[in-house]
Unconditional design. Structure first.
Lengths: 354, 88
C-alpha cells in the first residue's frame, strides 16, 4: 500500500555498533573453506569483518548507549520525545515490550507512547511509517525510532549460509514535524506466503524450546544449526531480491513520477555486496549511488543497515546538505518497503562504538 | 565447457558435479556458492548475468547449467546477454 506524508522530517541519525570486531579470515576453519574460496567470497559477497556482541549484550543495550550519548551531549531533550518505537527481532524478553524497558532505564515521562514491532530487513521503513503516522498527533513532540538486532546470538557458527554475514548494530533516528512542505512517499509490500524463508523455527510458542529443538543437526549442504537458530532459504531470498525488489522499485519510481537518475542516493538494506551490485545494474543505477560497503565493514544487521549505510557513507555531508534518498528494505516476512524523501541537513549523523 | 567443471570444482572441490542431479537440493551449492559461481562465470565467459536468470532451474545440474551458459554465449539470443561490461 502507498502512503504519502508532508511536513515530517528526519532530524538526526546515530548508529551504534559493538566494539568487538571479528574477521572472516579468522573464521574460515568453521566452514571448511580453502584460502582460495575465502578470497573469492571476500571479493564477491563482501565478507571481511563484522561487529558482533561479545557476550549477552542485547540490542536494547546498544540503543540505550546511543540514547544516553544523545541526551548527554544535548542532541536531544528527553522531554521532547513523545514516542519510542522499537523495531527488533531480538527483544530482551518475550514480555514486557523492550521499549518499556528502555523507557524505564532512561526515565522518560509517563506520557511517552512505547511499542515494539517485530521486523527485520524492512524494519527501518516500518518504523518511519509508524513515526510519520504518530507525528500527526504529537505536535511538537518527537519520535525516537530505535531499530536493530543482535542476531549473531541466534546464528550458529557452523552455518556458512548465515553466520559470516550477520552483524549486530542498532540505530537511533529522531523524526519530527516540520514547516517544510516536503513530500514523503512510501510503499509497503507483504508476502506472508514465504514467511518460512527467513525464520527461527523454534523457541517461541508454536514450537517451544526443548532438548530436541536445541540439538545441532547436520544438513546435506554441510551446514549445521539447531531449530532455534536463524535459517535462511538463501537461493529463494536471492531470487526475491532480483525479481520482486527491482520490479517494486521501478513501480515506486513511476508512482512518484521520479526518474531514478534524479535520486541522489539509494540507501538499500545491506543484504550483501553481490546482491546490491546486481540490483544497481538491474535498475541502471551507478554503483557509487547505491553503497554496498556495510557487510564488509560491519555485517548485515537487519533493520539497522539502512541508517548505518547513511551514517557511514554520507554522515559528514548530510549534516550540512540535503539529499534525495530512495530507501528500500527487503527480507523477513517476506517484506518489502520503499521510501523516497529528502533527508538533511541533520543535527547529527554518526556512528558510535559500544 | 570443461571450464565449467573446473569452475565448479574450484568452488566445492569435494563435490562430484558430473553425477549430481540437483546441485542445490543435494547440497552441493548454497546461496553464496551460487553467487560466487555467477561471478566466476561472468569473468570466465566475459558475460554479465542478469540476477533474475539465476534460478534454481538454471543452476540445477551440469546439463541445465551448460544450456544456460550456451544461451548466454549464443549471440543469436540477445535477450539473455544483458551487456558485456560488468561492474564498475
Amino acid at each position: 500500500m502507498h502512503y504519502k506524508f508532508t511536513n515530517k522530517k528526519i532530524s538526526g541519525i546515530l548508529s551504534v555498533v559493538p566494539e568487538n570486531c571479528v574477521k572472516f579470515e579468522d573464521e574460515i576453519n568453521n566452514y571448511g573453506f580453502s584460502q582460495e574460496k575465502m578470497i573469492n567470497l571476500q571479493k564477491v559477497i563482501g565478507f571481511n569483518e563484522r561487529r558482533i556482541v561479545k557476550g549477552n549484550e542485547c540490542t536494547s543495550d546498544l540503543c540505550i548507549f546511543g540514547l544516553e550519548y544523545l541526551i548527554k551531549n544535548n542532541f536531544i531533550d528527553k522531554n521532547e520525545i513523545g514516542a519510542i518505537i522499537y523495531i527488533t527481532q531480538t527483544p530482551d524478553h518475550f514480555m514486557p515490550p523492550t521499549s518499556f524497558i528502555i523507557h524505564g532505564k532512561l526515565g522518560f515521562k509517563d506520557d511517552v507512547l512505547c511499542f515494539d514491532i517485530n521486523q527485520g530487513c524492512a524494519g527501518y521503513l516500518y518504523g518511519l511509517l509508524q513515526a510519520f503516522l504518530l507525528l500527526e498527533q504529537l505536535n511538537n513532540r518527537k519520535v525516537a525510532l530505535l531499530v536493530g538486532d543482535t542476531l549473531s546470538r541466534r546464528a550458529y557458527y557452523k552455518d556458512r549460509n548465515v553466520y559470516p554475514l550477520v552483524g549486530d548494530a542498532a540505530s537511533v533516528t529522531i523524526v519530527e514535524n516540520t514547516d517544510e512542505d516536503n513530500e514523503i512517499l512510501l510503499n509497503m509490500i507483504t508476502d506472508g506466503s514465504r514467511n518460512d524463508w527467513l525464520i527461527i523455527p523454534a523457541g517461541a510458542f508454536r514450537i517451544p524450546s526443548s532438548e530436541h529443538t536445541r540439538k545441532i543437526k547436520h544438513y546435506p549442504d554441510g551446514n549445521q544449526r539447531s531449530k532455534e537458530h536463524l535459517y535462511m532459504n538463501g537461493p529463494g531470498i536471492f531470487m526475491f531480491t532480483q525479481t520482486d525488489v527491482p520490479r517494486a522499485i521501478k513501480e515506486m519510481s513511476q508512482f512518484a513520477s521520479l526518474p531514478l537518475e534524479k535520486v541522489d542516493y539509494f540507501m538499500f538494506h545491506q543484504a550483501n555486496r553481490f546482491i546490491l551490485e546486481k540490483l544497481a545494474h538491474k535498475l541502471g543505477v551507478p554503483v557509487k549511488k547505491m553503497p554496498n560497503n556495510i557487510v564488509e565493514k560491519y555485517g548485515n544487521s537487519s533493520s539497522a543497515t539502512i541508517p548505518l549505510a547513511i551514517c557511514d557513507n554520507i554522515g559528514d555531508a548530510i549534516v550540512d546538505d540535503s539529499f534525495l534518498i530512495f530507501m528500500s528494505g527487503f527480507g523477513v516476512g517476506l517484506s518489502l518497503g520503499m521510501l523516497i524523501m529528502k533527508v538533511g541537513p541533520l543535527d547529527f549523523c554518526d556512528i558510535l562504538e559500544m | 565447457m570443461d571450464r565449467l567443471l573446473e569452475i565448479l570444482g574450484r568452488i566445492r572441490p569435494e563435490c562430484n558435479f558430473e553425477t549430481a542431479k540437483d546441485f542445490i537440493g543435494e547440497g552441493l551449492l548454497d546461496s553464496f556458492d551460487i553467487m560466487t559461481l555467477v561471478s566466476e562465470l561472468e569473468r570466465e565467459f566475459n558475460i554479465f548475468i542478469d540476477g533474475e536468470k539465476v534460478t534454481p532451474e538454471n543452476f540445477k545440474n551440469l546439463r541445465t547449467l551448460k544450456k544456460f551458459i550456451k544461451e548466454y554465449l549464443d549471440l543469436g539470443n540477445s535477450e539473455l546477454v544483458v551487456e558485456k561490461t560488468p561492474r564498475s
